[in-house]
Ligand binder design. Structure first.
Ligand code: CP3
Length: 332
């Protein structure tokens, strides 16, 4: 357990807690080295020893306060029986959506597929690099998973087909069921915080928010809190963060880089995470730190976890990440 949990629980911390989305990934040469020997991304995610090494790579370089497990949100569609493949530079490609197959897959089969992730969490949580730090487990939100499962790749715009699917309620309930299984097993294996990634929240029309985002996520948040674990939600580009917080009630809210942090600070009184544009890390050191300072100042009187408004970009220089982390740690 670490200071991210303390911050969410309103306990005083000696410094502003920090971790970064995609802190383990392609910008690190040590990740690329392992990746180059492992063509199949899914197999890499399902290899507990290698995933553990990748999960801990950023902790060996930077004083971040948490590790996030090296995994992917698309392992739930995979466990539900839909094929998932990562083609080089093309992003994910999913197979046909076979309703009968997905609706009939057993819990035993789902957990069998996801089991290496629980082994990863078990062996990683005991590592000395995680003493006094949090280990963040995660899932993709129901809406974002639906978008991938139906588009079968990253979406460019809303896919209206989703709303008219005859079996959509059964499909949504099956996804929620698998998400709860995955949350429960991550927590019992040693994840101390869960983050819910709703990367495509900004694509949904306002009149559909309740059915596809608010209600499913509210259920998952309630479920996670009942397990005694904090849950951070990242509904990227959602129309109203304050309405989302009022309905979904996450333990903390992670904001994207397009929303005005001043407006967030004025309107939201739960712990806040993130916000800085990942492109800031591509600037020279002083300009990057100026942007970081802006977020630290705006949220000075809030329970604030420093993070980005989306993941670290592959072209980022790890040296800049080091400057950033040290700057946040020293900020008073
Ligand atoms: O360090 C971490 O944040 C933990 C690991 C992590 C990955 N994916 C590893 C990964 C996490 C938390 C995710 C979540 C994820 N996966 C999301 C939600 C967050 C977001 O980025 O919006 C989404 C939408 C996915 C689906 C996904 N996985 C896509 C669209 C892609 C390809 C494009 C891209 O960003 O690389 C992936 C691949 C992926 N997941 C990589 C990594 C390190 C790159 C794999 C590679 O080619 O080496």
């Amino acid at each position: 357990m670490g200071i991210i949990k303390d911050c969410i629980n309103n306990k005083k911390t000696d410094s502003v807690p920090i971790w970064l989305m995609r802190q383990a990934g392609r910008y690190l040469p040590e990740f690329r080295k392992i990746r180059s020997k492992n063509e199949n991304f899914i197999n890499l995610c399902l290899n507990p020893q290698l995933s553990k090494t990748i999960t801990l790579q950023p902790l060996k370089r930077f004083s971040v306060d948490a590790a996030i497990i090296f995994s992917d949100i698309l392992l739930i569609p995979l466990a539900l029986g839909q094929e998932v493949e990562f083609k080089k530079n093309l992003g994910p490609k999913l197979g046909d959506l076979d309703f009968d197959k997905i609706l009939n897959v057993s819990d035993h089969d789902i957990l069998n597929k996801l089991n290496p992730i629980y082994d990863l969490i078990k062996i990683t949580s005991k590592d000395e690099d995680l003493i006094n730090k949090d280990l963040i487990g995660f899932i993709g939100a129901t809406w974002t998973l639906l978008v991938y499962m139906i588009n079968r790749q990253s979406p460019k715009k809303t896919n209206k087909k989703i709303y008219n699917l005859p079996n959509k309620n059964e499909l949504i309930n099956k996804i929620i069921h698998a998400q709860k299984l995955h949350i429960k097993n991550q927590v019992s294996s040693g994840a101390t915080i869960i983050q819910i990634f709703d990367s495509w929240a900004g694509l949904l029309e306002v009149d559909k928010l309740n059915d596809y985002i608010y209600e499913p996520t509210r259920q998952l948040v309630e479920y996670t809190k009942n397990l005694g674990v904090e849950v951070i939600c990242f509904p990227r580009s959602i129309k109203s963060y304050s309405e989302y917080c009022d309905i979904v009630k996450p333990s903390a809210i992670s904001i994207d880089y397009e929303v005005d942090p001043i407006e967030i600070a004025e309107n939201i009184n739960i712990p806040i995470q993130g916000g800085m544009d990942p492109k800031s890390l591509l600037l020279d050191k002083n300009d990057m730190l100026k942007n970081a300072k802006k977020y630290l100042e705006v949220f000075k009187n809030h329970n604030y976890i420093f993070n980005l408004g989306h993941g670290v970009m592959p072209e980022t220089n790890p040296e800049n990440v080091k400057f950033l982390v040290n700057f946040v740690k020293d900020f008073k």
